[in-house]
Write a protein that binds this ligand. Structure first.
Ligand code: ZN
Length: 206
């Protein structure tokens, strides 16, 4: 939703309700990442009209402080960055304790192996295919190898832990990402800047 027109948020929400599967909410605090996105007034406004599950991606320090508040906002999925939490396992467990799916996210410069100790405690993992902090960045090609390496480890352990890929996802890489092992694709700019956003989502879901 970061790429939506905030003066016409209801239109963006309607688009997701009609064509997509999940509302992806990018939460930036100006500390963990240099940018600031939006906070609870916007999340709650979307929640009021959301007919699809909401997925909040926290790019903030001290994610544990905000789990309760996001759970109260009605999110179904909540992810935070591995390097933003002192005790990632505890945060994952707090999230799950609220009946919310817990996800761990990493930027492109963190080896996927850093996620392995936590895979059993995650309901999904989020691989950034651009550096967290801004919408509209160019997809990093090395992401394919990272996805397939991580997917192989998840499959080897027999886990059901979908890989969410976030950053620069478009019609040019969506098929290849799914082939590499992505289970959830997050697309912002490619959809909202398309001439026909609804058709763009339909194409991506193909
Ligand atoms: Zn995101």
């Amino acid at each position: 939703m970061l790429a939506a027109d905030f003066l016409h948020l209801e239109e963006g929400a309607g688009l997701v309700n009609r064509h997509a599967d999940i509302f992806h909410l990018d939460i930036m605090d100006g500390v963990f990442v240099p940018n600031i996105s939006y906070g609870f007034p916007v999340v709650d406004a979307i929640s009021a009209v959301a007919e699809k599950p909401m997925d909040a991606h926290l790019m903030i320090v001290h994610p544990e402080r905000y789990v309760e508040r996001f759970a109260d906002s009605g999110v179904s999925m909540l992810s935070f960055h591995l390097d933003a939490a002192e005790k990632p396992s505890e945060v994952l467990s707090i999230i799950r304790g609220r009946g919310v799916k817990a996800g761990l996210a990493i930027n492109p410069d963190i080896p996927v192996g850093k996620l392995y100790p936590y895979l059993d405690s995650c309901d999904f993992v989020l691989l950034m295919s651009v550096f967290a902090g801004f919408g509209g960045q160019k997809f990093i090609e090395e992401s394919y190898g990272r996805i397939s390496t991580l997917k192989a480890e998840i499959d080897r352990r027999g886990l059901s832990c979908p890989i969410e890929v976030d950053g620069g996802v478009s019609r040019h890489n969506a098929r290849a990402l799914v082939s590499a092992g992505a289970g959830i694709l997050v697309s912002g700019s490619a959809v909202f800047r398309a001439e026909n956003p609804a058709a763009e989502i339909d194409f991506l879901r193909g």
